[in-house]
Design a protein. Sequence first.
Length: 1031
Amino acid sequence: MALADITRDDVLAALQEWRSQGRESFLAAYGFDPDVDHVLHEGGVVYDAPAIAAAAHGFARADFGPLTPVSLPPADEVGAHLESLGFEVKRAQRTNGPSPVRQRDLRRWRATYELIKVAANNDPAAQTLWHQVDSLRNDRVAEARQLLGTLAVSRDLHAFVEGFAVWSRRPGPYAQHASNLPTWLGQLRSTAEGYERDLADLLVETTQTPHNDDEAALRIRALEEYTEGKLDGSRVPTALSVFWSTDVRSDWPILWPGGSDPFQTLGWMGRHLSHSERYVAFAELCRNFEPDDPRLAERLIGYLGSKQSFVGLGTALPDICEEAAELIAGYKPGLGYPDADSEARAAGLALQLRGTATLTARSLVGPLQQVTGVRLHETNLQTRTGQSKDAPYRVDAHATWALPGGTGAPGFRLWITRSGVAVGLHSGWDGPGSAARHEEIGAVVEQHLPEDLRFFHLRPTSSPDRVEPVDREYPGGEVYVGRWWPHPEALGRADFADQIVDTVRRLGPLVEVMSGKEPTPTGPVDLDLLAQLERFAAERPYPGGRDAWHQEQRRSLAQALEPAGLDAFDLAAFRRLLNGRAYGHPGAHSVLQSSLATMDAAGLDAFARAIKELLWGDGDDVARIEHILGDGMPAPGLGEAVVMKLMAIVHPGRYLPIHSLGGADGKIAVARAVGVELPKIDTPNRARLHVVINDRLRARLEPLLPGDPWGQVQFALWLLHKGESVADPERDLIAEAAAELLVDEDFLREVHGLLEDKKQIIFYGPPGTGKTYLAQRLAAALQPDSTKRQVVQFHPSTSYEDFFEGFRPRLDADGQMVYELRKGPLAMLAEAAEADPTTPHIMLIDEINRANLPRVFGELLYLLEYRSQSVMTSYRPDEGFELPPNLYFIGTMNTADRSIALVDAALRRRFHFVPFMPHEGPMEGLLRRWLQAHDGPVWVAGVVDLVNDELRRALRGPHLQIGHSHFMVDGLNDAALQRIWTYSVYPFIEDQFYGREEVLRTFTWQSVLERHGPKARAAAGEEPPPAATTP
């Protein structure tokens, strides 16, 4: 097919058809849109030149038919050929190059693009990878072009799709984007059943390399129209651009799903684009950034999207802010911007500013969470300065990492204006009526502001210089403190991230002060403890996801304990504080629970007033604590652990979350672990003991983890427990267990590795194969401390409440039936594991398959796999629960009843399954080894093996064999053997052959002994027993 086939007569025939049908019908018949840029003049009539040429080809080559919009050569070539045939063709005059505004934007964006390029060039791993894949480019290009050439000749769609699947898996620069396409192409092929040739023709046409953006868009639309209603059209640009990019004569980049997201986030591309428009816009930007090789830009944008690393703030940001400031100067309230162009430009600049803030927030949230130990939330920046749709567009940008505590919580904020960059801590937004609160906070912050930080005055949202540094005096209004870099000090530097992180670290102690709390007492750094801190962070490790959860929960609970919250006392929230593990568990308080349950409204109000006085009253803390625990106790059962938890939640700047005084993990034990001098323990004033020991602990730990009371306690508990071990560290307990169990040591180490991998394993096999015994011995080897091991046995009536937790009835002090939430073995062991995260805790579940596992595990099934996440359980709707990573499960399962086949597939996937079969694997020969070690009749092992061979053949499987544990007993003489076989083994066999008397007769002890005894004795090297004598 070529233009050269078209003659003047063919064109005249097409013109005649045009005139007879009319323009609209003619264009519709050949699938063309109107084209006013390339027109043919003939006889005073104006024709669309591309459509005429396409129709003329049908007259010239009836065997091929007319050309389509996709297969038609570029319009300029069409016009040139028509002119060579003597026709007059006119082309529209177009403006060359982007507009001045677009050129300005491209210059600014290029400055940011260069930062991405520098970051990628300084990444050795990325450079090595790109060098490796580029070395394979020529091979992959040749293979791809051969695939397309073969398709053009054969039109064999099946061979093409299969060949592409092979090609897409080969290493090289195309594998990353092409690897997901074979499935899509296979689905595309399946939609063409019976019409494979038509689809092959379309693919031949659309995979031809476009000559310009219009042709690229046309090809994408053509294939997208075919897929409409059948497949996801978003894959069309990827599929076509992969092939276009293999044309060495072209420079088309590949656009993969999500590939344009960084451009769109930065405000460099529109969001509401069709697939063809998005590809053209993406390709245009790539060409502008890398005119010599746009595919390099494609690679760098992919790098930015995948790495999410901070590359620096663009040097053009002050210019963008300045231009936005000029536009907002023309904005009039109630009237808006002077014209639509100004408003559209202001919106575009706001999108660019927001894009910078968004990428900055994403790239630094990880490092900032690490340095603060708190789960931070990236907020989304509005493009307008207010909530109203008529508000002016913003002239600044800020990336905010909000602290837990709701939409008004304080947050760390990087602020960019036309004059400079600030990094600081913002007091949060409490609505228009929060001026008094800000004044309060500002006054406290001013007293405790570190030397190298300053206040900022925040001007109105429409001010071009929104943030103004004002030194160390609080200027009024919203509180914002931090550091300031005038332009261009902070711009164009990837290492500015270090200064952001350092500033946030310095701001950490002020987080609590922002809530009006007193500063934390501190003392000199203990160098010995400082040396241990690095080990703690790595071994525990700290901080983890659960640590962030505890800190978030403290903030949430603290809100309910604010004075206003206690005035509207929420009993449900207070119960959550009592029952939950959030920020440390205060222990069981059934008496207090009963007291609260029987209180009327007046009693609850009095209780809340007492709590409010404790937490917010005047005077000495010791006196208030002593009063509420003594004469001022508002309810029976209010113990000191609850009181100290309340103080730790509301005043984290002073009180550590160690709620009890004595006990294994109480203040006294922790103080001894970190070397704090204790006051006299025998004093009757326990309130003073609590406060004095707390303050001494805080002074010792605060310099190590400033502003992080939860982390300080976790470090102290780690020090307390890290030396605990009931086993000699010089002993290899796994090797000892293997020797005792008479199994290969490598087998036990393999099982240990499986347990470390998924955290849970199941031993399965016939009854009597030693599954439970080995599980208990292995658990003891892995955790010698029996208090950190738990054994439970499942049965058909085992419930979620039995296993995890549920309400149980009891009688209160008045003899009335009440229900209280009681923890089951799993909840208790999980709490123990969480409290001691550096040592393993093991739960052995015997006969795990006898229970209804989905019902018993419930939502905990999810946690078996996702240990770092929490779920809201049935009895903890307000508190997440998670399984600690140091909690392991070993289950045992008998397969004689074939119940393994009934185990839920989702549960099976979460366990490793280890078979225990008498005839193979680690259990093979175990009975023989045991009898040899215990001077027993070794030949019995041979008899059992021979009978098991018969059972496997007769029952067609290994799951109904005789277990060796029946015979692993001392004093195994003839009488004992007959007794074991007759009353233990034979009934098991009888179940399998029930009603088949002729078979069962062959499995009596006498029959088995006659059939296999001589052979087994001979194999064991033993003499047959003497023949019985006749008297």
